[in-house]
Design a protein around this ligand. Structure first.
Ligand code: MG
Length: 292
């Protein structure tokens, strides 16, 4: 492992000098002030010099590039999930809101609020590349989400360019969708990762051509009245019945470049990603949500 750059914070010496400078000089007689002042000046000059030298030696953090937030090792262990007989659908419970009933995209829209253009066929819908992400019309706070997704048997490509999509929780935090059946990528960017934050606990992918299932339990972040973070979001995910994220604390948003951070938001939609990689488009079906 390469040595990580090490940054230190040096408490500037002049801060102490400032304290010294705040001595109740008024109470000192002129003689003492005259006696103290040249020494104070000298110390200040010395402090400034030390501080300048210290600053000159402190490296400036380099500009961030994507690879800085990608780690490949340790890789994620593979688990063969149980078989879903006939790839049967788990239909929505009585108190769930059905977000896709196999027939139309009436619960979905583009990010700008227009009609979603992804293609509905045979009880599923398929990403129509280039038409952009789609978002639920309704917004949510805490929820349980069931969603199924299919990597086509004809999939090609490798690493992040193989069936890349994603499920953005509240439109902000990406739960990765990708074909990682015999396809390595950086561990914290593979299917079931919270993108660039944590790998999944296991790789429970089904092979291309078979439906994958995510069951997600999500607790939204809370913000204070001044819009700063009160408590971070948490998420638990089962992938094909295998626990892959166990009450994971989300560190913030999930950018391609840079570090996660929180920005105030209220209820948010479920957003599905039109990633734009050149591989064959993936499909979704049987999506339902229970507000908690
Ligand atoms: Mg993605």
């Amino acid at each position: 492992m390469a040595d990580a750059p090490h940054y230190t914070t040096i408490t500037p010496f002049y801060l102490d000098i400032h304290k010294f400078g705040k001595l109740p000089l008024k109470r000192l007689n002129m003689k003492m002030t005259v006696a103290v002042f040249p020494g104070w000046m000298l110390l200040t000059l010395l402090a400034c010099t030390i501080n300048n030298v210290a600053n000159a030696q402190t490296p400036t953090p380099p500009k961030m590039v994507p690879e800085m937030t990608e780690f490949w090792e340790p890789g994620v262990a593979v688990v063969t999930p149980g078989k879903a007989e006939q790839q049967a659908l788990l239909s929505a419970p009585s108190d769930a809101m059905v977000l896709f009933n196999g027939k139309d995209l009436s619960q979905w829209q583009t990010l700008k609020g227009g009609a979603a253009k992804w293609e509905v066929k045979n009880g599923a819908f398929t990403v129509k590349k280039g038409t952009g992400d789609i978002s639920t019309v309704k917004t949510f706070n805490d929820f349980q989400l069931h969603i199924e997704w299919l990597i086509p048997a004809s999939i090609t490509g490798k690493s992040q360019g193989r069936g890349n999509s994603g499920i953005f929780l509240q439109g902000v935090y990406e739960l990765q969708v990708l074909d990682n059946y015999n396809n390595r990528t950086y561990a914290n960017g593979q299917a079931g990762s919270i993108y660039k934050q944590t790998p999944p606990l296991k790789n429970a992918m089904r092979p291309p051509g078979e439906w994958n299932v995510y069951d997600v339990v999500y607790t939204a972040p809370r913000f204070k009245k001044d819009s700063t973070l009160f408590s971070p979001a948490r998420v638990t995910v089962l992938h094909n019945g295998v626990l892959i994220l166990n009450n994971y604390t989300i560190a913030g948003h999930t950018p391609y470049i840079g570090l996660p951070k929180y920005s105030f938001h209220g209820d948010g939609p479920i957003v599905l990603q039109d990633h734009g990689d050149p591989s064959e488009p993936i499909s979704f079906r049987n999506i339902w949500i229970r507000e908690l």
